[in-house]
Write a protein that binds this ligand. Structure first.
Ligand SMILES: [Zn+2]
Length: 120
């Protein structure tokens, strides 16, 4: 990132001219920029999650307590199963694993009992 270089140069100048006040201001500025960068990264991740959720929503297929994703293209395989509770609460697709019988295990919710749909 470009501001790193600029801050570094400014710090060098402050040190060369032995200006401690200026050096402190630059260090504060660097900290503020780092906070902004972290916030920026966090927001980018949030946007990515929302974009994924939006793109995925039309493909979601509920099947009892489970959620599947319809294939992206005809003839493709549907993805899943994912936890329907987690999807309903957060929009996140958390994979579930079989836990014997009709039970599935979600990493967040422990056991889920599979309830088959009324109409197959
Ligand atoms: Zn869950």
């Amino acid at each position: 990132m470009r501001w790193h270089e600029t801050i570094k140069t400014a710090l060098e100048i402050a040190e060369k001219t032995r200006n401690l006040d200026l050096k402190q201001v630059i260090l504060d500025l660097r900290e503020a920029l780092q906070d902004q960068r972290d916030e920026n990264l966090r927001l980018r991740e949030e946007v990515a999650v929302l974009r994924r959720a939006r793109g995925v929503d039309d493909r979601v297929e509920r099947d009892g307590v489970l959620v599947f994703l319809r294939p992206e293209s005809p003839g493709g395989k549907r993805e899943g199963p994912f936890c329907g509770t987690c999807y309903g609460q957060t929009g996140n697709l958390i994979p579930v694993s079989k836990a014997g019988g009709d039970n599935f295990k979600c990493a967040v919710h422990e056991y889920l009992k599979y309830i088959p749909p009324m109409i197959a």
